[in-house]
Design a protein around this ligand. Structure first.
Ligand SMILES: [Zn+2]
Length: 121
């Protein structure tokens, strides 16, 4: 998996490591010691947990089928089949993307379930 840009040191391009101390948390460069604390970065970006999103919707609803097709990256017919089968796994990914997916699903009234517990909503 490729590392997102924010995980590289702005000063030397080295790898940033997440650190947690009593009063602050953020990332610090292992090579030169340059660091950013959480107030400057969105905490959600530091969440490395891989979440699974499953959902239940109505296959007769065009809006539901459309969103599922968009999120899962499959065509209309496949999406409708998935919806017809009841609860199914629609997306697996990290917090930022999961939040976007979850919002898209919820906005059209699809019920979704995220595991493990999703603290960003
Ligand atoms: Zn550095």
């Amino acid at each position: 998996m490729s590392k997102p840009n924010f995980m590289l040191c702005e000063r030397c391009g080295g790898d940033l490591k997440i650190f947690k101390e009593a009063s602050a948390q953020g990332v610090r460069c292992a090579d030169c010691g340059w660091s950013v604390v959480t107030t400057h970065i969105e905490e959600i970006k530091l969440d490395e947990v891989e979440y699974s999103v499953s959902c239940v919707g109505d296959y007769k609803s065009e809006a539901h089928v459309r969103v599922v097709s968009d999120v899962a990256g499959c065509n209309f017919l496949v999406s409708r089949k998935k919806l017809q089968s009841g609860s199914f796994l629609v997306f697996v990914g990290q917090a930022e993307e999961v939040l976007r997916v979850r919002n898209a699903l919820v906005s059209v009234g699809i019920e979704c379930n995220i595991s493990p517990d999703f603290k960003w909503v």
